[in-house]
Ligand binder design. Structure first.
Ligand code: NDP
Length: 311
């Protein structure tokens, strides 16, 4: 009999998650924060931005699963004891949803929709010859689970796709670059830049003024990783200057995006409320339960985060 699981999220639906967890493991005792019951009975937690100190107050906690792919908030909680492993969610459904979002954003820029949306508002008919996708190099920064899926989907519809990561990686049909030395050539060949990086001390503001101006003039930017990986002040200046022609932004340095932020009123910027992809309870609960099973048998746990690396 596994110990109890604490569900702690103010964003996600506890009813849907409890049902999905119970469907995957009927005997699981699911407690929903802040109703902890006896904290000593809780051995695992599924948490998104749990109140600071809540997880640290559980004396028999053996595993924390971050309710999402991005672990920057949970790693920022200094109260969590370092010996407790942290797993992240990430499955094929989440990856496909992200790849579809990226494909939508890239196609919107590639097919001139930003211009046509502006033209519609002005009741203005003007035809621009569409370009073939093989003529539009796309670059994906971060080619892990989600970025890799996005890169593959874009390549499958004919875009020349390159990916950039920390370490060397081979993905069929994708040109790959890595590390500081690989960044400049990766950016120089990229017309639509997709940023799908985790937020770590190394990636904070990695897309800065210098990076933006290494892209060809008039490049387009899609950020659906974390807002903090892009220097927003530099992006704003590059958009005003025309170096970056258009942007689709799903994530921001401050969320919700403050009402007075200039991005809201820029026609060339699509502002979205951090909606690119999610963990679907029915699917993701299976991975949570698989790790609970592994915890009991002593098998290696899945999707464990490297805390020192930050992702
Ligand atoms: P992964 O951990 O699978 O992949 C991360 C990628 O980023 C890897 O390719 C990794 O390189 C690369 N990377 C990390 N640090 C660096 C660095 N310093 N320099 C260069 N490359 C680096 O993450 P996922 O693909 O699953 O998720 C990516 C991010 O997407 C999440 O961290 C989260 O913040 C965000 N996200 C956003 C959502 C939204 O709705 N907008 C939804 C879900 C996630 P390497 O290959 O060498 O390890």
């Amino acid at each position: 009999m596994p110990g109890a699981l604490l569900f702690s999220s103010r964003l996600d639906d506890p009813v849907a998650w409890s049902a999905a967890l119970k469907a995957a493991l009927p005997e699981l005792d699911v407690r929903v924060s802040p109703e902890l019951g006896d904290p000593a009975e809780i051995e695992t937690a599924l948490a998104w931005k749990a109140p600071p100190g809540e997880l640290a107050s559980l004396p028999n906690l053996k595993l924390i699963t971050n309710l999402g792919a991005g672990v920057d908030p949970i790693l920022a909680d200094a109260t969590i004891p370092p010996h407790i492993p942290v797993a992240r969610l990430g499955d094929a459904v989440m990856a496909r949803m992200m790849a579809q979002f990226v494909t939508f954003a890239v196609l919107r820029h590639h097919r001139g929709n930003v211009r046509y949306e502006r033209q519609q508002r002005a009741r203005h008919w003007d035809y621009v010859l569409p370009r073939a996708s093989y003529d539009c190099p796309v670059g994906v920064m971060g080619i892990g689970l989600l970025g890799g899926a996005a890169a593959r989907m874009l390549a499958s519809i004919g875009f020349p796709v390159a990916g950039w990561g920390r370490s060397p990686r081979r993905i069929e049909g994708i040109e790959t670059f890595h590390g500081a030395a690989g960044l400049a050539p990766f950016l120089a060949r990229t017309e639509i830049l997709v940023v799908l990086l985790p937020l770590t001390p190394e990636t904070r503001h990695i897309v800065d003024r210098d990076a933006l101006y290494r892209l060809p003039r008039g490049a387009k930017l899609v950020n659906c990783g974390r807002g903090g990986t892009v220097d927003e002040a530099a992006l704003l200046a590059a958009l005003e200057d025309g170096q970056i022609a258009e942007a689709t932004l799903d994530v921001f340095e401050t969320e919700p995006l403050p009402a007075d932020h200039p991005f809201w009123r820029m026609e060339q910027v699509l502002v979205l409320p951090h909606t690119a992809s999610i963990a679907v309870p029915e699917v993701a609960a299976r991975d949570v339960v698989e790790n609970i099973r592994r915890l009991e048998t002593g098998e290696p746990l899945l999707n464990i985060v490297d805390r020192a690396r930050g992702y």
